[in-house]
Design a protein around this ligand. Structure first.
Ligand SMILES: Nc1nc2c(c(=O)[nH]1)N[C@H]1C(S)=C(S)[C@@H](COP(=O)(O)O)O[C@H]1N2
Ligand SMILES: [Mo]
Length: 492
């Protein structure tokens, strides 16, 4: 058999296998699709340094890069197996079984796939093995053209099966459920945001981030698809009265609205993963008091429908945590946790902000560890007092008279002061935006007049406890970056 033909047999068999698995998975939940399960497992197994590299290099495209990388690896294996099988189908058959077993292993260990999910990778294994042997049989026959029809049939069937799986798997209609929930109004609305809260015309972010522009961080390859009517939240653990909360129960309660800035621990100094919204929901404290806490718990351990977990210190949660169902007046967007998520001002997202939350276990830090803890991140992660320069941009050219502007945050303490200095000179106070809440960021600006040439500007914030942010540069891992943001630019 010609090498090209042999390689094609391998590639087509693998594609058929993955497509069949995807289609069967659609019936039991797409997370059972071997391709996605292997991808999700790869994410969970990726060492922290590589994950950091992926996030800093590819940002939110990291998952697209992962899926493409997997495709390249699998194609490489398929081509190799095909070429090794030029005379005998044995090497390819062995490869089909090995890949099938990898898929089965990945699906069996996914936290969000039931036992039944294993039918998907099993289907992949058999379809892959059978397709390979069938195509191989056709391809070894002379003359050159034999096999061509079978190749086309296989490719066509795979495309149809894969596409059907994708459509069927996404059949849970989240959009109609979101529309049925409609706009959400709080009986206690958050205070209006004053015009003076941001300096957007000077280059700071707008005070409220639109839902569309709100940063997004999660481990999921596919966004969980939950409907509000079917969702429920189990409250259990060290409580006298465990109970289950449904979406309707929340809607019937007095809804509060709070303006909160969410912050991701993975930000480098000056990083982009911070946004602010008006979240609507109910205080978790009320819910936990109804469940009647026993003595001893210190951790609220929350789990999402896709198996992500976060452990939050109970004192923070009792004081300011909320179960949010609304964001800027709308139901939560699907990517931000529809129908419900946690929001705890003052804690980085990975230890508090569980999206698609379905389970609240009241426990201790000794007993349970959140998703990121065994991966090297800190158990306790209160947000650090930080500031960022948004204008001028690094390496940009400006006029001699220019404005330096940015944002600062120190949830839940609040920002008291921001200073800047030029070229290592004296610190100068910046003008602050209106003080909206200690749970939010605070914008700042400062007019400067500079000589032509290159300059460096640095900033530092002081929070309301009197603490001024540390100059020492620390990496995001394990519990948040520190250091003064610094920008170099040129005055013309
Ligand atoms: N289910 C789930 N919830 C999650 C995460 C996740 O990976 N899965 N990531 C957390 C992290 S690290 C952050 S910073 C916030 C980000 O919330 P956002 O995507 O709405 O901005 O969500 C948190 N909640
Ligand atoms: Mo995060």
């Amino acid at each position: 058999m010609r090498p090209v033909k042999a390689a094609l047999v391998g590639v087509l068999a693998v594609i058929a296998a993955l497509a069949a698995g995807h289609l069967v998975a659609a019936l039991v939940g797409l997370s059972a699709s071997p391709y996605l399960a292997v991808g999700n497992t790869a994410i969970d197994l990726t060492p922290s340094w590589l994950k950091d590299f992926a996030v800093t290099t590819f940002g939110t495209y990291d998952k697209l890069v992962l899926l493409s990388g997997m495709a390249v690896v699998i194609l490489g294996l398929a081509i190799t197996a095909g070429i090794l099988s030029r005379t005998s189908p044995t090497p390819g058959s062995v490869m089909a079984v090995v890949l099938g077993l990898v898929g089965i292993g990945a699906v069996l260990t996914r936290p969000d796939v039931g036992q039944l999910g294993v039918v998907a990778p099993i289907a992949s294994l058999f379809v892959g093995l059978w397709t390979f042997r069938w195509l191989h049989g056709k391809a070894v026959e002379e003359p050159e053209v034999t096999g061509r029809r079978e190749f086309l049939i296989t490719a066509g069937a795979a495309v149809v099966a894969g596409a059907a799986g994708q459509l069927l798997g996404n059949r849970v209609d989240v959009q109609s459920s979101r529309e049925a929930v409609g706009t959400i109004k709080a009986s206690k609305p958050a205070p209006e945001i004053p015009m003076t809260a941001d300096f957007a015309k000077d280059g700071t972010p707008t005070f409220i981030t639109s839902n569309k522009d709100f940063y997004r961080i999660d481990t999921a390859l596919t966004v969980p698809r939950l409907r509000a009517e079917q969702w429920s939240l189990r409250i259990h653990g060290m409580v006298e009265k465990p109970f289950i909360l449904r979406f309707d129960d929340i809607m019937k309660r007095e809804l509060v609205e709070e303006t909160v800035t969410l912050t991701c621990v993975s930000n480098e100094v000056g990083g982009p993963y911070i946004s602010t919204a008006k979240f609507i929901g109910i205080p978790i404290g009320d819910v936990l008091r109804e469940a009647q806490l026993k003595s001893g718990p210190d951790q609220l351990f929350s789990t999402s429908s896709d198996g992500f977990t976060a452990g939050s210190p109970l004192d923070y949660v009792l004081e300011r945590g909320m179960i949010a169902i609304g964001m800027n007046g709308e139901a939560l967007p699907q990517e931000h946790g529809f129908p419900a998520r946690l929001v705890v001002p003052g804690l980085y997202g990975y230890v508090s902000a569980t999206k698609w939350v379905t389970d609240l276990n009241i426990t201790t830090f000794d007993k349970e560890q959140g998703y990121w803890i065994p991966r090297g991140w800190g158990v306790r992660a209160p947000i650090k007092t930080m500031s960022r320069i948004d204008r001028p941009k690094g390496l940009s050219r400006t006029d001699g008279k220019t404005t330096v502007a940015g944002t600062a945050w120190a949830q839940p303490k609040g920002v008291a002061k921001v200073e800047i200095r030029i070229d290592g000179g004296p610190w100068q106070d910046a003008e602050l935006g209106a003080d909206v809440s200690d749970s939010t960021w605070r914008m700042w600006r400062k007019d400067v007049e500079l000589q032509p040439g290159s300059h460096t500007v640095e900033c530092r914030a002081t929070d309301k406890s009197g603490y001024t942010q540390d100059q020492a540069r620390l990496a995001p891992i394990p519990d948040g970056a520190t250091g003064w943001h610094s920008i170099s630019f040129t005055v013309q």
